[in-house]
Design a protein around this ligand. Structure first.
Ligand code: A2P
Length: 319
C-alpha cells in the first residue's frame, strides 16, 4: 500500500473505502468487511446520511480489537449548510457524535457553496448564502480553530478549483492539505493536480469508477459508462485483473489517493488488491490517450437552481 505523508509525518493509506451511496442498511457491514480485508482509510461525509452506521461499525471494530482508533484514517466533510463561523463546530460535533469519535484525521469543506443552516439541498435563491454573506475564508478560519483545539488532525477542501484554493492560500494561517475532487480517466484533472502538488496539497479521487450507482437526479441520459470503456477491459485482461482494479491502480500510479465505493464483500476485497497491481508505461500512455472527457458530478444541482448566486465558474476551471 502506498501512503501520503503529511508535513507532520502522519500517513494516509492512499486507497480507502468510499461510503457515498452506501445505504444506512448496508454501510455498517461494508465498513466492517473493509477493515477485515485490511482497509485503514474510510471516507465519510455528513451529507451521505449514514455516518451513524459508519460509527457503529467503527465502534464494533475497536471494541472487538480488529483495529485501534489510531490505525484507521477517518475523513469526513462539512456540509454546505454549516459554513457560517458558529455553524462549523456544530457540523463537526454532529459528525463526531455520529461517528462516535473524538477527533477526525481529515475534515474537508465539501463544496465552495454555502446554504442557510436549515437547508439541506437548495430549491430557490433564498436557500443560499453568497460569498459576501459567508466568505470561504470565514469557514476556513473556523476549520483552523477546530484543528488548533485538537479535534482535527488535518484540514482540507473538496470540489475546489484553482481560483478558490488561491483565495484560501491568500488568507489562511494553515494551508489546506487535501483537495478531494472527481477524478478518473474521463476527467484526469491534469492542471488542477499539478497546481495542488506544486502547492503541497494532496489530491484524493472521488467517483474513481464513474459512480454508476449515483442517484437518478445526478444522471444525464448521455452520460458515458466509465467501466465499459473497452481499453480498461483490454488492460485488465493483459494483467489478469478487473476493469475496476485498473481504474484504481491508475490513480495510485499518479500518486493520487482513491476511494472506490463498494458495499459488496468480494468487490471491497478486490478493490483493495488493486494496490498491488503494476500498470506499465504503455498502459498509462494508452489511458492518457482516451479522448472522452466527462464530469459526472457537475454541480448543476447548485448552479442551476433559480436565483442561485453560484455559477459553474465558481466550481470548475474546465469541462
Ligand atoms: P457495489 O457497491 O455494488 O460494489 P464510485 O466509487 O466511482 O462511486 O463507484 C461505485 C460503483 O461502482 C458502485 O455501483 C459499486 O457497486 C461499483 N463497484 C465498486 N467496486 C466495483 C468493482 N470492483 N467492479 C465493478 N463495480 C464496482
Amino acid at each position: 500500500m502506498k501512503f501520503i505523508t503529511f508535513e507532520n509525518n502522519d500517513k494516509l493509506p492512499m486507497l480507502g473505502l468510499g461510503t457515498w451511496k452506501s445505504a444506512p442498511g448496508e454501510v455498517y457491514q461494508a465498513v466492517l468487511w473493509a477493515l477485515e480485508a485490511g482497509y485503514r482509510h474510510i471516507d465519510c461525509a455528513a451529507i451521505y446520511q449514514n455516518e451513524k452506521e459508519v460509527g457503529d461499525a467503527l465502534k464494533k471494530a475497536f471494541d472487538d480489537g480488529l483495529v485501534k482508533r489510531e490505525e484507521v484514517f477517518v475523513t469526513s466533510k462539512l456540509w454546505n449548510n454549516a459554513h457560517e463561523k458558529d455553524q462549523v463546530k456544530v457540523g463537526l460535533n454532529k459528525t463526531l457524535q455520529d461517528l462516535q469519535l473524538d477527533y477526525l484525521d481529515l475534515y474537508l469543506i465539501h463544496w465552495p457553496v454555502s446554504l442557510k443552516s436549515h437547508v439541506m439541498f437548495p430549491e430557490k435563491g433564498e436557500d443560499f448564502l453568497d460569498y459576501s454573506q459567508v466568505p470561504l475564508s470565514e469557514t476556513w478560519a473556523a476549520m483552523e480553530s477546530l484543528k488548533a483545539e485538537g479535534k482535527l488532525k488535518h484540514i482540507g477542501v473538496s470540489n475546489f478549483n484553482q481560483g478558490k484554493i488561491e483565495e484560501l492560500l491568500d488568507s489562511c494561517q494553515v494551508k489546506p492539505e487535501m483537495n478531494q475532487i472527481e477524478l478518473h480517466p474521463y476527467l484526469p484533472q491534469i492542471d488542477l493536480v499539478n497546481y495542488c502538488k506544486k502547492n503541497g496539497i494532496h489530491v484524493t479521487a472521488y467517483s474513481p469508477l464513474g459512480s454508476a450507482d449515483r442517484p437518478k437526479a445526478r444522471k444525464k441520459e448521455d452520460d458515458p459508462i466509465l467501466l465499459e470503456h473497452p481499453l480498461f477491459k483490454e488492460i485488465a485482461d493483459k494483467h489478469g485483473v478487473s476493469t475496476a482494479q485498473v481504474l484504481i491502480a491508475w490513480s495510485l500510479h499518479r500518486d493520487i489517493a482513491v476511494i472506490p465505493k463498494s458495499a459488496n464483500k468480494e468487490r471491497i476485497k478486490q478493490n483493495l488488491e488493486a494496490a498491488d497491481i503494476r500498470l506499465d508505461a504503455a498502459d498509462m500512455k494508452a489511458i492518457e490517450g482516451i479522448s472522452v472527457q466527462h464530469r459526472y458530478i457537475d454541480g448543476t444541482f447548485f448552479t442551476e437552481v433559480p436565483g442561485s448566486p453560484f455559477s459553474q465558474s465558481d466550481l470548475w476551471d474546465s469541462v
